[in-house]
Design a protein around this ligand. Sequence first.
Ligand code: CUK
Ligand code: CUA
Length: 640
Amino acid sequence: MKNKLLKSIFAIAFGCAFFVSCKPKDSSDTVDGDAAQKVYVAPGKYDEFYNFVSGGFSGQVSVYGLPSGRLLRVMPVFSEDPQSGYGYSEETKAMLNTSHGYVPWDDQHHLDLSQTNGEVDGRWLFANANNTPRIARIDLKTFKTAEIIELPNCGGNHSSPFITQNTEYIVGASRFSVPADNDDGDVPINTYKKNFKGHLSFVKVGKEGELDLAFQIVTPGVNFDLSHPGKKESHGWFFFSCYNTEQANTLLEVNASKNDKDFIMAVNWKKAEEYIKAGKGKRVPANYVHNTWDEKTQTAKSEIKKEVLILDAAELKDICYMIPCPKSPHGCDIDPTGEYIVGSGKLAALIPVFSFTKLKNAIAKKQFDGNYAGIPVVKYEAALHGEVQKPGLGPLHTEFDGKGNAYTTMFVSSEVVKWSIKDLKVLDRKATYYSPGHLMIPGGNTEKPFGKYLVVYNKITKDRFLPTGPELAQSAQLFDISGDKMKLLLDYPTIGEPHYAQGIPADKIRNNGQLKYYKMADNLHPYVARGEKETKVVREGKKVHVYMTCIRSHFAPDNIEGIRVGDEVYFHVTNLEQDWDVPHGFAIKGANTAELLIMPGETITLKWVPQKKGIFPFYCTDFCSALHQEMQGYVRVSPA
Ligand code: CUK
Ligand code: CUA
C-alpha cells in the first residue's frame, strides 16, 4: 500500500499523468432512483446546456448536450480533421501555420467562454494549445475556428486561455521555463537557473474577437501551471499557480517537488498596463504567427509577427507577488465574489484558501518573507483566509455554484468534495470513477455560475464502459448539485482526453445569431462559381483550376478531361444550396488529402497532383438526396 501511494504521488507530480489510483471504498456507488428521468431528453427535445469539452491529445474541442451527455459535434481546432477537410483544404491550411511551419496536431487542455460583466455571453470559445503554444478563438455563430495566435517565448502553454471578466485579455503562460526566443538558441540546459525564464502573455481581445498579443511579463524561472482572473474587487489581477520553484531541470530525482511550498503568483495586470502606457515596456525581437479566418473569402491567412513588448517583473517590483502554497499547486481558482483564491497542492492533504483583501493589506504593509529571485514573497499566514482540513487526497481543481459552495476534485482519493467557502467545512463527498482531473459547473469559473449540474472529467475509466482493448473510453460523470447532497446521474464517454470544459445555457448560443448557411451573395471567395454558368476549367501552365459547383444531385462539370500527370489540379467546389443542413462532400480516387465537406454557400478547394494516368472517379460523400448515389463524375488523366 505504501508503495502504491508513493507511486501515486510520484505520478501526480507530473500533472496529468496516468497511474493506478486507489479505488474508492464504495465503488458500487448508488445512482438515485430518478436519475434516468433527470438526464432523459426525449426525442425531438433539446438539451438545456451546451457543454464544450477539451479534446486533450486529439487537439480538438467537442460539443455535448447536458443533461443528456449526447455528443453533438467535434470542432476541429488544432488538429487536421478528415471529416471536414480542416487542415487539408487550401483555405484552412494556413490556420495550422506556426513559426515552426505547418503543425497539424496539438494537445488541447483548457477552454474559456467569452464573458460580459463576468457572465458567459455565448460569443466565442477560447482554447489553448499546450505543445506548440497557441490560443484559438472559436466563433460560436459558426462553431468554426476563427483565429489562432502563437505565443513566443513559451514552452507548453498550459496555463491558458483564461479570460478577464469583460474579455479584455486572455492569458497564456509558459509551463516550461525556457530561454527567450531571441537568445542565440544554443543555451546549455544546465544554465537553467540563470537563463531559463517564465513568460506570461496578455492577449488583447478586440470588439470582433480579434486577438493581439499586447504584452508579456517576463518572470524568474518557474513552471506556470494554471491560472484564473480576479473578479469584482480583484478584477485587474490574475493568479497563477507555479511549481518547480526548486528550478530543477531534471525530474529524475523528483527534484521539482522537494520544496514544502511552491507559489501562487498574483499579477496586477492593471498596474502592468500603466507601466506599458508610461513606456516601461521593451520591444524585443520575437517570431510568432497569427492566423485569421476571413468569413468573406472563406480563407485563412497567416501573418508573421516580429516583435513583442516585454515588462520585467523583477525590475518593476510591484506587479507580481508570490503567495506560498503547499506542495506543487495545480488548480488556482477564484470564487464568484473575487475575494477567495483557492490553491490546490497536488501533493497536499489540505486546501489553502487565500483572501484578496488580506493579500492587498499584506502587500501594503510589506508583510513579506524575502523574495523569490526578486519577486516579493507574501507571508503565508498574512494572505491566508484559512485551510480546508482533510478534504481528501490530491486536490486538483475547484468550481463554484454561486451559492457559497466550492467543489474540488481529489485525484488520489477519487472523489469530488463540496465545501463551504465561508467556514471551510466539508459538506459532502462523492466517489468518482476514477481519479478526476477537472470538473465543470456551467458558469462555474465566472461571477455567475448556473449551479444545477456538475460534470467531473476522470483520468482513469477502468470498469465504467464496455472494454475496447487496451485503450478505454474516457469518462465524464454528471452530478445533480441542486440539493444539499450531490447526486450522481450519468456516465458518458468523451473524445481524446478531456481536461477542462465549459457550460452555458443553450439559449445563449441558440440566440446569438447563429449562422444557418452562407449566403451565396456574400461569398467573395476568389474561385467561387455562383451558378453552373460560371463553372469552367482554366489552365495556367502546370496549374489547373476547376471552378466546380454542386447541388442536389450533381456536380458541374462532371466530366473533366485535359488533365496530365504531374499537374497541380485545384478543385474549387462551391455548394449552391441555400438551405440549412444540406452539405455536399467531394472525394477523388487516390488523392493524398482528405475529402471536403462543403456547407451551403461555401467554396472549398482540394489540391490534387495526379501521379498516374487513367480515369479517376469522384463523388459526393454526404448522403444528400435520393439521388445522392448518382452524385458523381470522372476525371481523365493523360500522360504528361
Ligand atoms: S490539467 Cu488536466 S487535470 Cu492540463 Cu488543467 Cu489539471
Ligand atoms: Cu451531395 Cu450526396
